[in-house]
Design a protein around this ligand. Structure first.
Ligand SMILES: Cc1cc2nc3c(=O)[nH]c(=O)nc-3n(C[C@H](O)[C@H](O)[C@H](O)COP(=O)(O)OP(=O)(O)OC[C@H]3O[C@@H](n4cnc5c(N)ncnc54)[C@H](O)[C@@H]3O)c2cc1C
Length: 398
C-alpha cells in the first residue's frame, strides 16, 4: 500500500475512528495549535478528516454533531468555522459555475504553453518535482506527492511561493494540487488558490514570510532565503454574476421500475438515498478524478476513492467512462438511474454527457438537504454565511 493509503485508509471505519479520536481535541487545543505544521506523519493538531469529507462518507453535520457531543459550541467555534468553510466554498461555486469553466479553459491554454515554452516547462517541472532549491517548498511538494495531504498552512505558503516567488500561473498550481490531494475538490481548491492570488477577495493576497514559516513549522525551516517580499494581486476578470442554484426535479420512478444507483467520486452517500425507498437492482461507481486534468493524476487518488466506494457499497460495479455506464444500464435493463447530485466539477460534466445521449435511461439526481439549505447562503463573503452556521447546526447536527 502507498504512503497515502497508509496515512488515509480507504475505509468507513477509518473515517469514523478518526472523527471520534479527534472530537475531544476540537476545542481550545485546535484553536491554539491548528496553524502549526509539524510535517509528514505528525499532523496531530488538525483532524485530517478532509479526504473523507470530500467523498461525503462524513458530512459537515456528522462532524459538527460528534464535536458538539463533547463540548459546547463556543469552545468548538474555531473548528466548526473551518468545517463550514468547506460548505461555503461549495455553495459559492455552485452559484458561479463559470469560474470552474474558465479555470479549465486557462488550464488547457497553459497545458499548451508548458509543452511549447521551455522556460515555463523547466520552472513548472522543478516546482512539481520539489527541485526549486527552496527547502520548505520542495519538502511540501514531496510530501504532497507521496502522502496526498498537506497541512492548511503549508498549502497557503506553497501557493504563495508558487505564484509570487516562482512566478508560475496559479492555475498550474491548483492543477498540481488536484492531481495529488486526496481531498482535492473543484470548488475548495480553485477558490483557495484564487484567494491566495488576490482574485477571490479582490486585492487581498497571501504572502509567505520566512519568520512565519519558521515559527509555524516549529523551527523545521528557519531563515528561508529568496522568497518574494511582496504579493501584488494577480489580474483577473471580476467574478461572474451569481446565478440561483437550479432546482432538482424529484425522483419520479414508477413502482416496479428497475433502478440503478450510480455513485461517483463526488458523493458516496448511498445511505442518504434510503428514504426514497429505492431498492437498486445494481449499484455502479464512476470515478472522474482523471478527467480533472490534462496531466496524469497520482494513482493513489482514484485508488483511495474507488476503494472507499467498494467499501461503502460492496459489490458496486466499477465503471470507467460514459460508455461503461451505458453498457451497465443496458446489461441490467435499467428503467431509471438515480445518482447523488454532482456539484461543479468533472462528475457533473460526465452526467451532462450521459444525459445528452440516449444510451442511458432517465437519470435523476438527488441533492442532500443540508446542501440544498446551506449553499444558497454563500451569496457573498464568508462573514455573511457565518451568521447562518448556528441555524444550520441546529437544523442538521443536533
Ligand atoms: C491553496 C489551498 C488549496 C486547498 N485545496 C483544498 C482542496 O482541494 N480540498 C479541501 O478539502 N480543502 C482544501 N483546502 C483547505 C484546507 O487546507 C483543507 O481543507 C485542510 O487542510 C484539510 O485538513 P484537515 O482535515 O486536517 O483540516 P482541519 O483543520 O482539521 O479542518 C476540518 C475540516 O474543515 C474543512 N476546512 C479546514 N480548513 C479549510 C479551509 N481553509 N477551507 C475550506 N475548508 C476547510 C475541511 O473539510 C477539513 O477537513 C485548500 C487550502 C488552500 C490554502
Amino acid at each position: 500500500m502507498t504512503d497515502a493509503l497508509h496515512s488515509f485508509p480507504p475505509t468507513l471505519d477509518a473515517a469514523t475512528e478518526r472523527l471520534a479520536a479527534f472530537a475531544p481535541r476540537a476545542g481550545s487545543e485546535y484553536a491554539r495549535k491548528r496553524n502549526f505544521d509539524l510535517g509528514p506523519g505528525a499532523h496531530s493538531h488538525v483532524s485530517t478528516l478532509s479526504p473523507y469529507l470530500r467523498m461525503k462518507v462524513l458530512d459537515e453535520a456528522d462532524v459538527s454533531r460528534a464535536v458538539l457531543s463533547r463540548m459546547n459550541a463556543e469552545d468548538a467555534e474555531k473548528f466548526l468555522m473551518e468545517v463550514w468553510w468547506r460548505t461555503y466554498w461549495k455553495g459559492w461555486m455552485e452559484q458561479r459555475p463559470a469560474v470552474w469553466a474558465s479555470y479549465l479553459d486557462d488550464l488547457g491554454r497553459l497545458h499548451n504553453e508548458v509543452q511549447t515554452q521551455s522556460g515555463m516547462r523547466q520552472r513548472w517541472e522543478a516546482a512539481c518535482l520539489g527541485d526549486t532549491g527552496i527547502a520548505p517548498f520542495d519538502a511540501w511538494a514531496r510530501e504532497l506527492a507521496t502522502t496526498g495531504y498537506l497541512h492548511n498552512h503549508a498549502r497557503m505558503w506553497f501557493a504563495s511561493i508558487w505564484i509570487f516567488t516562482l512566478g508560475l500561473p496559479w492555475q498550474l498550481g491548483a492543477d498540481f494540487f488536484l492531481r495529488h490531494l486526496l481531498d482535492g475538490d473543484a470548488a475548495v481548491n480553485t477558490l483557495s488558490w484564487r484567494w491566495v492570488a488576490g482574485i477571490q477577495t479582490q486585492g487581498k493576497t497571501y504572502l509567505a514570510r520566512p519568520d512565519n514559516i519558521a515559527k509555524f513549522t516549529d523551527g523545521r525551516f528557519v531563515g528561508v532565503q529568496g522568497l518574494a517580499t511582496e504579493a501584488p494581486p494577480v489580474q483577473a476578470p471580476k467574478p461572474p454574476e451569481r446565478q440561483p442554484i437550479p432546482e432538482i426535479a424529484a425522483y419520479a420512478g414508477a413502482p416496479g421500475d428497475r433502478v440503478g444507483l450510480l455513485l461517483h467520486s463526488d458523493d458516496l452517500g448511498a445511505p442518504f438515498l434510503g428514504p426514497l425507498g429505492i431498492d437498486p437492482v445494481s449499484v455502479g461507481y464512476i470515478d472522474t478524478t482523471d478527467a480533472q486534468s490534462p496531466w496524469d493524476v497520482a494513482p493513489f487518488v482514484p485508488e483511495f476513492r474507488t476503494r472507499l466506494a467498494q467499501e461503502a457499497s460492496p459489490g458496486a460495479v466499477i465503471l470507467s467512462d460514459a460508455q461503461a455506464v451505458a453498457d451497465w444500464a443496458s446489461e441490467h435493463r435499467l428503467d431509471h438511474v438515480v445518482t447523488p447530485h454532482a456539484p461543479v466539477g468533472s462528475t457533473r460534466a460526465l452526467l451532462r454527457k450521459l444525459r445528452k445521449g440516449d444510451a442511458v435511461p432517465p437519470l435523476s439526481e438527488v441533492r442532500r438537504e443540508i446542501d440544498t439549505v446551506a449553499w444558497p447562503h454563500a451569496k457573498a463573503g464568508f462573514f455573511k454565511f457565518k451568521a447562518h452556521i448556528p441555524d444550520l447546526i441546529d437544523q442538521f447536527a443536533r
